[in-house]
Ligand binder design. Structure first.
Ligand code: PLP
Length: 385
């Protein structure tokens, strides 16, 4: 079968591969999941039901319903201080994944380089590869999983086109401070590098300092694409609603790509999203509180075991150096933890070359489930140390 060589080049993500493997162990506890364990809030589900009953079942404008874009502008203005025009600078996409895809398909030429602080969410590399561009992973492990200005300067080349910055990040849960993003911005000024600021976990932050978008740093708005979405903040992974917030001239180009790939996001989901943006400012709070408590349990367990862990301050992931601490590679550790202790976590190498030696566990689950999983991990680790 003759396929496009770039399609043949990309692989199914290591996360998906491992979640398939878990299905063979029905008694295993899975800490692999990348979505909140809360249902979509009732008021949002009711809004979707009303939208169906009232006949909002037809195409919307390519950019998304104007009322939704207006509500999005107001929502992220309040949350992060973003200042984007609903008519020209905001698009409604099919999840954050589609927003990332549109941004990169618009910006990247074959041979361009995309700088990605690593370990990283595996969703970026596939898009970069499909564009014939190259992912340049920068190892952040020695810097508490934060890209430093020095490391960024070292990674820049004449081919650098995009820096992807996620805060809070998947798989580490680490968040950048205002000082961090200002320092990165000062390296980027004077270059032609764009930033894709992936802010999908912005509402699931437990850091004392609020999340700062690099787009709000002086001189950065004109070269940043903000990626947002409702998958995590409103527990709406299946509704597939995301957004791009970007300068008007770039957004005009995004619309062409969006039009020829999906026409528009689902009309019913857009009505659900409108309700979330108008009346759901507090929807993330119970999740944030539950995940902060779960984070504390995870940190406490790994401290007790003496396994290095950078304390996560957002999202719902922890990324301990557990395989290295036990003298195993990540795949072996996760295979054995699953078959011997019946706990599933994701091997660190699923998050790029610098994830080896680590594993990602998601604590988006009930406290009792997490406690039992941590007890099993503790017994497994103690029997091997
Ligand atoms: N960005 C990051 C960092 C993620 O972790 C995810 C999903 O796990 C996405 C983007 C994609 O989100 P969506 O489900 O809205 O496409």
């Amino acid at each position: 079968m003759q396929l496009h060589s770039r399609t043949a080049d990309i692989q199914i993500s290591g996360i998906r591969k491992f979640t398939e493997l878990v299905k063979r162990y029905p008694d295993a506890i899975s800490l692999t999941i990348g979505q909140p364990h809360f249902p979509t809030p009732q008021h949002i589900r009711e809004a979707a039901q009303r939208a169906i009953a009232e006949g909002y079942t037809v195409y919307t404008p390519n950019r998304g319903e104007l009322a939704l874009r207006q509500a999005v502008a107001a929502y992220y203005q309040r949350l992060l201080g973003h200042d984007y025009q609903p008519d020209s600078e905001i698009l409604v996409t099919v999840g954050a994944t589609h927003a990332l895809d549109i941004a990169m398909r618009t910006l990247l030429q074959p041979g361009d380089e995309v700088i990605v602080p690593a370990p990283a969410y595996p969703g970026y590399e596939g898009i970069v590869t499909l564009m014939g561009a190259k992912t340049v992973y920068v190892d952040t492990a020695r810097d508490g999983f934060r890209l430093t200005p020095e490391a960024l300067a070292g990674a820049l080349s004449a081919r650098s086109k995009i820096l992807i910055l996620a805060s809070p990040a998947n798989p580490t849960g680490v968040q950048y401070s205002r000082a961090d993003v200002e320092a990165l911005a000062s390296v980027l000024r004077g270059t032609d590098v764009w930033v894709i600021s992936d802010e999908i976990y912005a509402e699931l932050s437990f850091a004392k300092e609020p999340v700062t978008s690099i787009a709000t740093v002086d001189g950065m708005r004109e070269r940043t694409v903000v990626i947002q979405g409702l998958s995590k903040s409103h527990s709406m992974t299946g509704w597939r609603i995301g957004f791009t917030l970007a300068p008007a001239n770039l957004t005009d180009e995004f619309v062409k790509v969006l039009q020829y790939s999906v026409t528009c996001a689902s009309s019913v989901s857009q009505h659900a999203a409108l309700e979330a943006m108008r009346h759901g400012a507090d929807d993330a709070r119970p999740m944030r509180e539950a995940y902060r408590r779960n984070r504390d349990r995870v940190v406490e367990t790994f401290r007790r075991l003496g396994i290095p862990l950078v304390e996560p301050t957002g999202a719902f992931y922890a990324f301990p150096h557990i395989a290295a601490a036990l003298g195993m590679d990540s795949q072996t550790l996760c295979d054995r933890l699953l078959s011997e202790a019946r706990v599933a976590i994701i091997p660190g190498d699923a998050f790029g070359p610098h994830g080896e030696g680590y594993a990602r566990l998601s604590y988006a689950c009930d406290e009792g489930v997490l406690d039992e999983a941590l007890r099993r991990i503790e017994t497994f680790v103690q029997s091997r140390m």
